[in-house]
Write a protein that binds this ligand. Structure first.
Ligand SMILES: *[C@@H]1O[C@H](CO)[C@@H](O)[C@H](O)[C@H]1NC(C)=O
Ligand SMILES: *[C@@H]1O[C@H](CO)[C@@H](O)[C@H](O)[C@H]1NC(C)=O
Ligand SMILES: *[C@@H]1O[C@H](CO)[C@@H](O)[C@H](O)[C@H]1NC(C)=O
Ligand SMILES: *[C@@H]1O[C@H](CO)[C@@H](O)[C@H](O)[C@H]1NC(C)=O
Ligand SMILES: *[C@@H]1O[C@H](CO)[C@@H](O)[C@H](O)[C@H]1NC(C)=O
Ligand SMILES: *[C@@H]1O[C@H](CO)[C@@H](O)[C@H](O)[C@H]1NC(C)=O
Ligand SMILES: *[C@@H]1O[C@H](CO)[C@@H](O)[C@H](O)[C@H]1NC(C)=O
Length: 923
């Protein structure tokens, strides 16, 4: 394993470029996962054809590069540079003394999927030319990935690119620029989930500049610590920085956009005698001067009393992330740019503590990427396929590698291409004169549909001239002189030639029938055609016979079907247990019952926490069929007893509505109790309103109204669609979950109670339920909760949607949101209350209408509140008032919202935060 020296700025070179020592590696870890299932492609360049091995450090299997390339020579590095600690793939290289461009083609890539590709280089004086420096270009497809500048023969160099595959293969090319023979040691391809690195898309690839693991560690971190096998370089011993670490695991959020490994997040740096951390970089040779940084933060301390850690992040003196940032305790959070920082000669990032922060800023890890060049456009795909086929058909020995036309300077010899800046280049002329071609004229030429000049003269081509060449619309010159063609010239070609559309040269083909002479079509072609069906029959006959035999055997083996036979079949333990419970009448659930072991497996041993609450912890899980679920496990210390837990389960089996979170199954495997719900990818409405989800983007007014209508429909169903009706009793933004498409569903029925409206329409309860701020004020007087209590809570939710404020507004002396809104609206100006992130965007009448409904719901007197059916109707009208055209403006709204306090073009987002409800709430 080698240290990356390649990417250091001149200033920081001394620190980043810790030459050589880098072969130390993390201790060997044992793991059981097969890397095949991860989709890793790991190529050791320069080892013997067909050889493979498993890397002892990572357990990743490596293969020889021979299937991926047909050029270059294998070389061993000089013995003087071999050390015991060195990764095996650095012992050999493949070098490319011939040809300007030599390319690896890596197939079995999923088009439109995201990948990380890494190339590694260790010179090790393989060619005996010693310490002179070498400079060559590395291309991904038709564009420059990185200029490789190798100065130290004993250092490893590597470069990563994150890209979205345009097709089913990657082409990685080494280009000789006249400053030394290109060579390569290794190539790794790692699939990435679509959600990762959101700045990367089909039109933007990012090249790694540096990936630093801050804090006290000397080892590189990669797979299996990092499930995506990113390599994190240790970055430590910086003067003025102190190092800190934790032994506790640092978790990732669900749908984390970066999935930083815990091992990286467990170490960090803080400033010494200062309130700021500073780090800088400069643009490098060949890089596009457009940078995307990701900064990773996590809190290691449980903050008590008045302790706080809050900081701003600045780039070149300007606020980069608009809000004060507080790292989450033992969760990995990050800020990152979706727009580039560009055009500077130097990039200074400063992490500055707020004046009132009692703790200094912290930085756990950092990545910087530059945008990969995209100036070159790949050739027309049809032309590329045709040329690859032509190359293979005639076994052409020229150095035809990579894209035929692009980049222009590296176009294949013998080709002329159209050049247009935006359109894919087309092949307009192909000169294969005197190229030793033998055999027939391949029909692939007919796929070069933009070709004007095709020169196949002075070869040894045989057979007839394909008539299909006449269909090439732009063909002006067809030169077939000096070959061994026979038969006659097809009449469509002759016609074109006679019309003057085509210059046809056919001299010096002794067996070719001359102009105007009629020749018989040679019988051989006819024979071939006839023989095809016969071949098929000959081949199929044994297959059919085999089929008949197999089916006979099958019938003989299959026991006669009988109901009796089935019923005595032994049942597995799980089935028996479920049957018993049904008999008990204890829990009559139609849903799936899980065992604790099954839960363990679907949550990958409770790997990922997505929420914590009074009742226990919620984990992310994946069913066998890939369905994502949320698994809520009752903790031993839960205030919720077995009875309440099962009550929730039972309620859930009764209710089925698209705006209520549905239950997938449950587990009653004493002492473990668990509920399995559908997974709601976008987390809680609360997180979105508090800016902790949605990547810091504010929901638009239209989105808020849609969420309100959907949640209201869910509640209406509970009140009206259930018999007996259900009162939810804990309606709040933290219990409204959002699906991937932001569809709202009500969750957490732990407190809900059925009540017999036929009897007395009220429910007397002895324990205070619900969440402060949402609780029906009448409850304090009457101790009674009804449907109208849910309506009150829902009114508070509507007010939060409108204002973006919490139910109890601390900034306004702990005023209740309903009081606060009522007071301000009395002055007649809705702008005073509307969420600042919505300003100027939406229909004011729609907002007024919603405010009116909200305040009526939040009326202190229960009988003045509307019922949910009316709320649904009113909200739908409010939604109609909101102009539909706003949807198309949503994007620019986001930009405006996040640009409020920054005057640069930098848009920085915070990673989507926690994603599921049931987080601790004051009770
Ligand atoms: C490179 O070219 C030389 C001379 O043309 C030839 O002898 C040699 O075999 C070639 N090497 C490779 C690896 O193709
Ligand atoms: C290559 O790297 C060396 C050492 O970092 C540097 O001095 C040199 O200028 C670089 N070459 C180019 C062409 O950038
Ligand atoms: C920090 O301040 C203390 C006391 O002023 C001093 O002893 C120490 O050397 C300083 N540390 C650094 C790294 O400047
Ligand atoms: C982590 O564990 C090691 C060994 O048990 C201990 O020496 C170290 O102090 C611990 N670190 C922290 C931050 O708790
Ligand atoms: C970055 O910081 C250095 C030293 O602190 C300063 O000299 C330089 O001007 C800064 N560059 C920018 C673009 O702010
Ligand atoms: C510190 O001040 C900022 C605004 O300057 C404020 O948002 C934050 O809540 C304050 N933090 C504490 C702990 O008082
Ligand atoms: C062309 O092919 C024929 C038969 O395969 C062979 O006899 C002849 O020498 C070849 N001519 C050239 C110029 O390669």
């Amino acid at each position: 394993m080698a240290m990356a020296c390649l990417f250091s700025s001149a200033k920081m070179a001394a620190v980043w470029c810790m030459v050589i020592l880098g072969f130390a590696m993390a201790a060997v870890r044992v793991h059981c996962q097969s890397t095949d299932t991860l989709g890793f492609i790991s190529i050791d360049c320069g080892i013997a054809a067909g050889s493979t091995y498993v890397d002892p450090t990572t357990n990743i299997p490596y293969v020889s590069d021979t299937p991926y390339i047909d050029a270059g020579v294998n070389q061993n590095i000089s013995a003087a540079y071999v050390t015991n600690l060195m990764g095996r793939r650095y012992l050999n290289v493949r070098s490319f003394p011939n040809g300007t461009r030599n390319c690896y083609t890596i197939n079995s890539i999923t088009p439109s999927s995201k990948y990380l590709i890494r190339a590694s280089f260790f010179y090790g004086n393989y060619d005996g030319l010693g310490s002179q420096s070498r400079l060559f270009d590395l291309y991904l497809g038709v564009n420059l990935w990185k200029t490789i500048n190798i100065t130290d023969p004993g250092s490893g160099y590597r470069t990563d690119v994150i890209t979205v595959a345009a097709s089913g293969s990657f082409s990685v090319c080494l280009v000789n620029t006249g400053h030394g023979t290109p060579f390569i040691s290794g190539l790794d391809v790692r699939p990435l989930k679509e959600i990762l690195y959101p700045a990367v898309n089909a039109s933007r690839s990012l090249v790694l500049t540096r990936r630093l693991n801050m804090g006290p560690t000397d080892t590189f971190i990669r797979y299996p610590d990092d499930s995506h096998d990113r390599i994190w370089d240790p970055f430590n011993n910086i003067p003025f920085w102190a190092e800190t670490s934790t032994n506790s695991t640092v978790e990732n959020f669900v749908d984390d956009k970066f999935e930083a490994p815990s091992a990286v997040m467990q170490t960090a740096v803080i400033p010494v005698n200062s309130t700021k951390l500073m780090i800088s970089w400069e643009p490098e040779l060949g890089d596009v001067n457009e940078y995307y940084a990701v900064m990773y933060f996590s809190e290691f301390l449980t903050l008590t009393g008045n302790m706080s850690r809050q900081f701003y992040v600045y780039l070149n003196g300007q606020l980069w992330y608009a809000k004060p940032f507080t790292p989450d305790y033992l969760f990995s959070d990050a800020i990152f740019g979706t727009n580039p920082a560009e055009g500077y000669q130097q990039y200074n990032v400063t992490i500055q503590a707020l004046d009132n922060s009692t703790l200094p800023p912290i930085l756990n890890a950092m990545e910087v990427y530059s945008r990969m060049s995209d100036v070159n456009v790949p050739s027309d795909a049809g032309d590329v396929d045709a040329m690859i086929a032509v190359k293979a058909w005639y076994k052409i020995k020229r150095n035809w590698m990579g894209d035929p036309c692009s980049p222009k300077a590296l176009a294949w010899d013998g080709l002329n291409c159209s050049s247009s800046l935006s359109n894919p280049p087309r092949i307009t002329a192909l000169n294969l004169s005197s190229s030793g071609l033998t055999g027939e004229i391949a029909t692939f030429f007919a796929s070069l549909t933009a070709i004007q000049i095709l020169d196949l003269s002075h070869n040894n081509l045989t057979g007839t001239i394909p008539a299909i060449l006449a269909q090439l619309p732009s063909l002006k010159i067809l030169d077939l002189t000096n070959n061994n063609l026979n038969g006659s010239v097809p009449s469509p070609l002759l016609t074109k030639a006679q019309n003057g559309e085509l210059t046809l040269r056919i001299e010096s083909n002794p067996s070719l029938c001359g102009n105007g002479t009629t020749c018989e079509i040679t019988p051989t072609t006819k024979k071939k055609k006839l023989s095809a069906p016969i071949i098929v029959i000959i081949c199929l006959a044994p297959l059919l016979l085999l089929l008949v035999v197999v089916s006979i055997i099958w019938r003989l083996r299959k026991p006669p079907s009988s109901g009796k036979g089935n019923s005595v079949e032994p049942q597995n333990e799980e089935t028996l247990k479920r049957v018993k419970e049904h008999q008990d009448g204890l829990l009559q659930l139609e849903n799936r019952q899980f065992t604790y072991m099954e839960l363990k497996s679907i949550t990958n041993n409770f790997e990922r926490v997505i929420g914590k609450g009074g009742f226990g912890t919620v984990y992310h899980g994946c069913l066998e069929d890939g369905t994502q679920v949320a698994v809520k496990i009752r903790s031993q210390s839960s205030s919720q007893g077995t009875k309440e837990f099962l009550a929730e389960a039972q309620h859930l089996t009764r209710v089925h509505h698209r705006n209520l979170v549905s239950m997938v199954g449950y587990c009653k495997d004493e002492p473990y109790l668990a509920l399995v719900y559908e997974f709601m990818a976008q987390g809680t409405l609360q997180d979105h309103l508090r800016g902790r989800a949605g990547g810091g983007r504010a929901l638009s007014w239209r989105q808020r109204l849609q969420i309100a209508v959907q949640a209201a429909q869910g509640l209406e169903y509970l009140h009206k669609g259930c018999k007996p009706p259900l009162v939810h009793r804990d309606v709040k933004t933290g219990n409204i979950l959002l699906s991937e498409s932001l569809e709202a569903k009500i969750a957490d029925f732990g407190l809900s109670k059925a009540f017999q409206s036929e009897i007395n329409n009220t429910h007397v309860s002895t324990v205070v339920m619900g969440t402060p701020g949402y609780l029906d004020p009448e409850y304090y007087a009457t101790n009674q909760l009804s449907e109208k209590s849910d309506v009150y809570s829902f009114g508070v939710v509507l007010l939060e949607l409108l204002t973006g404020q919490a139910p109890v507004i601390t900034a306004a002396g702990n005023a209740h949101i309903a009081h606060w809104v009522r007071q301000r609206l009395a002055r007649g100006n809705i702008e005073d209350v509307v969420d600042g992130r919505l300003q100027g965007e939406s229909d004011v009448n729609s907002m007024w209408k919603c405010a009116d409904v909200a305040l009526r719901c939040a009326s202190p007197v229960a009988h003045q509140r509307p019922d949910m059916a009316e709320v649904v109707t009113q909200l739908k009208e409010s939604l109609q008032l909101e102009n539909p055209y706003v949807d198309s403006r949503t994007e620019s709204l986001y930009a405006e919202a996040s640009d409020v306090s920054q005057n640069s073009a930098l848009e920085i987002e915070r990673v989507a935060a926690m994603s599921v409800a049931d987080r601790p709430s004051a009770r």
